[in-house]
Write a protein that binds this ligand. Structure first.
Ligand code: PHE
Length: 344
């Protein structure tokens, strides 16, 4: 009797196997049906102990064999399906069209800064760095802008809430000129250095003004540095930067840390000085401030008075980038707008 049932279980199992395909869930259902405690096979196995010795001899091994068979068939099948799945995962369709790798690139500002640094390095300038969080001495006093002096109003300042360990008020530097003092404290003339970096002004923004912007400060100091040296270096730099013949013009101006001081213009890149909308028909574009270093600044840095001469300038990097790459609004640079970023 049991023998027949075992025979039937075997056939049933084989038939059921045909229907499960590669479905692991269905295999589990089969396992429960044929091997669980409530399965028919288990009932037979449990009943063996009540059989007569002859029947035990015959049914015992047969039932065990059936169980083993079913078990190994199931394990083999599961393994096979699993392997096939892993293979599918690793499979590469070599005929599929390639996906273009998206790689980042430098922001236009960084790109422009590197262009500027490259030109100055080729002219034997050193590239230096200065702090963006500064005390009043380096940003103002040392540059001949004492407390309560009206000239401080020229730079609307972001003040920090916290003071430093020495109890000094801190601010976000309003220009890169603070680096003049830091550099001179650590270096003796002659030298020529450019310091690119960020500056901050507490003022309303518009197409030409940002509260955070970049400048590059130049400082050239020696025994007999003159305005003529300054003009020729500036001329060379701007012509290299714009890869064009650029004329420059100085207009008298005022900065506490230079004497004499100038506003610096370059001939309009768009109309080459003829007059157009970019230069408001003047033929000239304003670049920034410059001048011969005030002897008081040398004194602040610990140099002997009237021993050296030098010139300095502070020009906006965004301005240069805007002119070279025809950007009409300074606020684009930090907007994070990919439609802008990806153009360059
Ligand atoms: N620091 C000045 C500014 O940002 C520019 C300047 C630098 C002028 C060096 C003269 C000399 O307005």
């Amino acid at each position: 009797m049991s023998k027949k049932i075992l025979e039937k279980i075997k056939i049933d199992f084989e038939n059921s196997l045909q229907t499960v395909g590669t479905d692991l869930g269905k295999l589990e259902v089969l396992r429960v049906k044929f091997l669980s405690r409530k399965s028919e096979l288990n009932k037979i196995l449990k009943g063996i102990k009540n059989l007569s010795p002859e029947e035990k001899k015959e049914i015992g091994p047969l039932a065990n064999q059936t169980r083993k068979n079913i078990e190994s068939r199931l394990t083999d099948l599961i393994e096979e399906i699993q392997q096939k799945k892993d293979l599918d995962k690793d499979w590469i369709d070599v005929t599929a069209p390639g996906k273009k790798e998206r790689i980042g690139h430098l922001n236009l500002l960084s790109k422009t800064q590197r262009e500027i640094e490259k030109i100055f390095t080729s002219m034997s300038f050193e590239i230096a760095d200065g702090p963006e969080i500064e005390n009043e001495w380096y940003n103002f006093d040392a540059l001949n802008i004492p407390k309560n002096h009206p000239a401080r109003d020229l730079w609307d300042t972001f003040w920090m809430k916290n003071k430093n360990q020495k109890g000094e008020k801190l601010l976000l530097r309003t220009h890169t000129s603070n680096s003049q003092i830091h550099y001179m404290e650590n270096n003796k003339p002659p030298f020529q250095v450019v310091v690119p970096g960020r500056a901050y002004r507490y003022e309303a923004t518009d197409a030409n003004h940002e509260h955070s912007f970049c400048q590059f400060e130049a400082l050239v100091v020696g025994d007999d540095v003159s305005v003529a040296n300054f003009k020729s270096i500036a001329q060379e730099f701007f012509s290299a930067f714009f890869q064009d013949e650029i004329k420059i013009r100085l207009r008298p101006s005022y900065f506490p840390f230079t004497e004499p001081s100038f506003e610096f213009d370059i001939s309009c890149k768009v109309c080459r000085g003829k007059g157009c909308s970019t230069c408001s028909n003047t033929g000239w574009l304003e670049m920034g401030g410059c001048g011969m270093v005030n002897q008081r600044v040398f004194e602040s840095a610990g140099y002997e008075k009237d021993k050296y001469q030098g010139f300095a300038w502070g020009f906006g990097i965004e301005r240069l980038a805007m002119m070279k790459y025809q950007v009409n609004d300074i606020r684009h640079f930090r907007s994070g707008d990919l439609r802008f970023v990806q153009q360059f």
